[in-house]
Structures are given as structure tokens and as C-alpha cells.
Design a protein around this ligand. Sequence first.
Ligand code: NMX
Ligand code: MLT
Length: 468
Amino acid sequence: MFYKKSFHFIYKKDLFQQYRRFNMTNSSSLKNKLKELIPEKQKILKDLKNNHGNKTIDLVTVNQTVGGMRGIKSMLWNTSLLDPEKGITFHNKTINNLREELPKYNIKNLTYKSSEPSSEALLWFLMTGEIPSEEEVSNLHEELYIRSGISDNVKNAIIEFPKNMHPMTQFSCSILLLQNESLFAKKYKEGITKNDYWDYTYEDIMNLIAKLPEVTSLIYNNTYKYGEYKKYDNELDYAANFCNMIGFNNNTLNDLMRLYILIHSDHEGGNASAHTCRLVGSTLSDPYLSLSASMNALAGPLHGLANQEVLKWLLNLQNKLKNENKEVNEETIREFAWETLNNGQVIPGYGHAVLRNTDPRYTCQREFAQKNLPDDELFKLVDTIYKVVPDVLLEHGKTKNPYPNVDSHSGVLLKHYGINEYEYYTVLFGLGRSFGVLSELFWDRALNLPLERPKSVTLDWLQKNILK
Ligand code: NMX
Ligand code: MLT
């Protein structure tokens, strides 16, 4: 299935990749699969619009309109659905279902079989709703490899970013630097019809996902290390490629990265990064413009930036107690949590706009830690915080969900394996989130979903129409 090693001479590889990219349109088994699925989904949507279009799904209260539109069922989003108690399901499968059912990456079919599903398998599943065969995963692996590689212009521009520019700003800018390569934008300019949108959207999405490990690792290496740029290695899967590119060669970290991409990939459509990608994409901005915007939403501290805030909070807690010669225990953690709240700040990693229970993405990271790093000091701290903070938040009496979310655990795992630079953590969330929001963006174009444009009202309108 994979091409022969002799092509590894760089110049030959570049020529070969150009040739393969040229032929990719017809040979991609994922694209062919999607081509089969599109008419079925279009038919379902058409039937809903024509025969049930006027039925009511939900009603909207004043509190929802002035309170961030919580809970209003008003978006179509196919890749995943969030239950407030049970958490996320992807095409009706839980995280643990996927961890069992999706193919694992088998390096050279010999030495090491990964414990977590490959990100290639996840991508196939998110886009199609079907569990791929090993052959389909291999095919997609090759497709991503062939599409990988960033130009010298983009590379040099990223290297010129100031070192103190936040990694999320670098990430968003880097995606915009790639936008020049958008086939969708090019073909739209040439005058394609609606029926062809999905085709070029697919090309952009796959090219973009294939290039993200190089882009994100270059940001890491350039900001924190020595500016090294590593190319995609065909013998490693997607997640291991990323780890390799930032200078790590550790099978357990590779597994963590596979799990990390899986749990961060999608969280239905209403979260800020997903919703932003949908909104921007609905104007027919291409996938590069849409993903860059999505990453800007993820960069906020109430959303994806919370993972860096959590680690900062944990380290501040440790330092403060050390300086005061105090032990880290339930009592001192409770005091620190109250101090945070009394300062008018949120406890990062706790609470959620939809969930009303412990996030299963937290639970599976906890299980990973119990298995692989049970004696890690920061893991023990996170575990003790879990015993204390929900009660503190309940007593505080404001938050509707006193339990931990995904961001509460992720930094501790990354730090354990040596990724210490916490300002970078949200980039990793973004790498995972790209899989979900871009898969959905493909279907937005395939189903020809219209421009998103909800109706707003003014305070004056509310007074006149509600208080009457
Ligand atoms: N610490 C302190 N106060 C909180 C917390 C928290 N962790 N969570 C919610 N509250 C407050 C919230 O600020 C609000 O206060 P006020 O009435 O003064 O405005 C009140 O509780 C009610 O908020 P909720 O309705 O429970 O939460 P909402 O849906 O508005 O916001 C979050 C959800 C996630 C933004 C909020 O829980 C939060 O700020 N959490 C901490 C930041 C965080 O972990 N974000 C990551 C979320 C997951 N992700 O990756 O995106
Ligand atoms: C997410 O993964 O997007 C967050 O948990 C936020 C959300 O779902 O609103």
C-alpha cells in the first residue's frame, strides 16, 4: 500500500508527491465513500424540509435570548451530540465505544500496536459515520502523507513570528498563510456550481489537516526550541508524526496524543469554536478562513485556553503553599479555591455551558493517568482537587455545573511527558478540534446549507414586546 523507501530522496519525494496529489482526486477511498453517502444524506434533508419543515423543535425564552442562547435547539450538526449527563457521543458512539472499535495503528505490523485509535481512523469515522477497515485507514494514512508538506514561503513566515506572540495567535495566522492554496477559493472564482462545492471543500480540508502537524510543530519548535522543521514520516501515524516533529519518541505519549485528538475533536455544534467555523464557512469563506476563525474562538479563556489556565492555576497553588510552608492537602486546596473565587475569578477547568456532570473526557484522561502515571505529583494534586472543588463551587452557589471539564486534566498529562510550555496547550486542543469542525464543514457544503443568519432583537424590542 505505501510507496517504496527509494523515493525518500527529498527531490524525488517532492516530485512524487506532486504527481500523487494530482491523481489523488480520483483515487481517495474516503472521497469515493463520501461521494456514495452524499445523495443519501441530501435525500433525508430534502424530505425533512419538504414534509416536516414547519414543525416546532423548540421555543425561546427571554433568559435564553439574553443569556448566551443556552440550550436552544437551533443548529444542525451531524458529527456529534452532547447529553448534559452522559457527555459527548460521536455518530451515536461514546468515547469508550470508539476507543474499542476504531482500528489501532500497527507500526510495520510487527513490534508495537498502539493502545488508542489512530487519528486517521477517527477522521474517517467523523466524516462518514462508519467504522473504517484497516485498509481504509491505511489508504487515508497515505492520502494524508501525500498531502503533507508546507512551502518554504509559509515556513519562513512562521519562523519570523515574534517568539512572544501567543502560540494560538501563531496558529491562527499560520492557517491564514496556507489560505493562498485554497482550491475552493480558486474554483469559486473560476465559477463552479453548488454541486461542486463539496469536492473542492474536501480537497482543502484534507490538505489542511495533513499540514497541521507540520504547522503546529514548527510553532512549538520555533517558539520554545531551536526552530527545527521536520517533514511527515510515512512510517508513523498522524499523532506519532506530531510527537516526532516536536522531538519526542515515546509510545505512551503517542497514545496520549491519539486519545487527545479523539476527545478534543468535536463537542456538538454550539460550542464557540465549532459554531464559529460553521458561521464563517456559511458565507462560503473557504476552509482555511473558517478554521482560522474557529481557532480564534478557541483561544478564549472561557473556552480552549482554559487548559493553559488550569496548569497555571495548579502551579500557582503549589508555589503559594510552598512559599507559606504549607502542605498541599484538601484543606489548603479548599482555601486556595475560595481565594480564587473571592478575587472574582473562575476556577479554570470546572463548569460547563451544557454538561451537568463530570465530563467523560475528564474521566478517560484520569483513567489514562491512573494507568500510566499514578505517582505523578501533579496528577495526585488534580485528583485531590476533584474531591474538593465541586463542594466549594456548590457552596459558592453560582455555577450550574460544579464538576470538571476536559481542560481540568489535559495539561497535567502533557507536562508529565515533558511538554512543559503551557501556553502551547490550546494549540493541541485546536489540532484535535480541527478534525471535528472540518468534517462538519465538509457536510455543510455537501448538503448546501445556507448562510447562517439568526434574528436578533434590541432591549427596546424586548421591553415593547415582552412587558406589554
Ligand atoms: N468558577 C467560578 N465561577 C463559575 C465557574 C467556575 N469554574 N463556572 C461558572 N461560574 C459562574 C459563572 O461565571 C456565572 O457567574 P455570574 O452569574 O456572576 O455571571 C455563574 O457561575 C453561572 O454560570 P453557568 O451558567 O454555570 O456557566 P456558563 O454556561 O455561563 O459558563 C463556563 C460555562 C465553562 C464558561 C464556566 O463554567 C467557566 O467559566 N468555567 C471556567 C473556565 C473553563 O473551564 N472553561 C472551559 C470550558 C470547556 N472548554 O474547553 O471550552
Ligand atoms: C468544547 O469542547 O467545545 C467545550 O467543552 C465547550 C462546549 O462544549 O461548549
